[in-house]
Design a protein around this ligand. Structure first.
Ligand SMILES: Cc1cc2nc3c(=O)[nH]c(=O)nc-3n(C[C@H](O)[C@H](O)[C@H](O)COP(=O)(O)O)c2cc1C
Length: 200
């Protein structure tokens, strides 16, 4: 199984969430895992105006940027992105806006996908952000593997059935967050295996 973990993070929260997702995917079985960041498209001045953003941007320069080939290659994709007023970050939207070629060739069909997100506030738009992500997934013909309420772990981290979500930044992530993310990733991979084997 080919698993792509694709994240965007300005200040480190979704980077940490994605790292735990990659860890879970690697420990789940004999899978190939790609850990990729979404290309930064914000102007340099915007990044420089925020110390945390600037620092994280510099620290993650060596993380490979997600390319169309990663989407084509993957059987399962875990996205991790912060909210932007209840929507996707424009950086991920810009990446999605380049997928028309893959889409028209049917190459995004039956990818099993799942999303995670963060906001500053406990009710800052996490659910709408994941729904925004999933809207594009439905257009791809992808299979959305939301966690629902399939584990007790989810109740300990806010119980967002659309996908793991956090608030308050990277310092608010803890062992329970990691457990919840692990559950979501393992479930996504298991569903992807069923889809892949069932389609062969
Ligand atoms: C332009 C912009 C819009 C944002 N909108 C919201 C929002 O509507 N609600 C909220 O709680 N946080 C909002 N945030 C805060 C971010 O979602 C939060 O800092 C992010 O989840 C941190 O993730 P990261 O560390 O991976 O970048 C916004 C941040 C920016 C820069």
């Amino acid at each position: 199984m080919n698993i792509a973990i694709i994240y965007y993070s300005a200040t480190g929260t979704n980077h940490q969430m994605a790292k735990w997702a990659a860890e879970a995917a690697k420990s789940e079985g004999n899978h190939e895992v790609r850990f990729k960041r979404v290309r930064e498209t914000a102007p340099k001045e915007a990044i420089a105006s925020n110390e945390d953003w600037k620092k994280h941007h510099q620290e993650t320069q060596d993380v490979e940027v997600a390319e169309l080939d990663d989407l084509d290659w993957a059987d399962a994709i875990i996205f991790s992105i912060p909210t932007r007023y209840g929507n996707l970050p424009s950086q991920l939207q810009a990446f999605f806006d380049t997928t028309g070629g893959l889409w028209s060739q049917g190459k995004l069909v039956n990818k099993v996908v799942s999303g995670m997100t963060s906001a500053q506030n406990p009710h800052g738009g996490q659910e709408t952000t994941l729904l925004s992500l999933y809207k594009s997934m439905y257009h791809w013909g992808a299979i959305v593997a939301a966690p629902g309420y399939t584990s007790q772990e989810l109740y300990k981290t806010g119980g967002n059935p659309y996908g793991f979500s956090s608030n308050g930044g990277v310092d608010n992530l803890d062992e329970q967050s990691k457990n919840s993310i692990t559950h979501q990733v393992v479930r996504t991979i298991k569903l992807a295996e069923c889809i892949k084997n069932g389609m062969d």
